[in-house]
Write a protein that binds this ligand. Structure first.
Ligand SMILES: [Zn+2]
Length: 83
């Protein structure tokens, strides 16, 4: 039995018991180590996600620094033109 159904995926706290079978030794141990989930984690997570989304400026796509001499074919060595 994994801890996925017992622990809150956001705060890693122990979720409220859903039934008699939820009261296991594993759960008791996790309550000691992780504590209880206070609830509302999913909502808080969504809120934080939205805040982060809004805080992010509409940055332009990352551009490579312009370095015309560093790329492209080597300059062709031309014979001096006699006029
Ligand atoms: Zn939680």
């Amino acid at each position: 039995m994994g801890t996925q159904s017992v622990l809150c995926s956001v705060c890693q706290g122990v979720l409220p018991a859903t039934g008699r079978e939820s009261y296991t030794a594993l759960r008791g141990r996790l309550i000691v180590t992780n504590g209880y989930c206070a609830g509302g984690c999913a909502e808080r997570l969504a809120e934080a996600e939205r805040a982060r989304e809004m805080a992010r400026p509409a940055a332009p796509a990352p551009q490579l620094p312009q370095a015309p001499h560093a790329q492209g074919p080597a300059p062709v060595r031309m014979a001096p033109v006699r006029l």
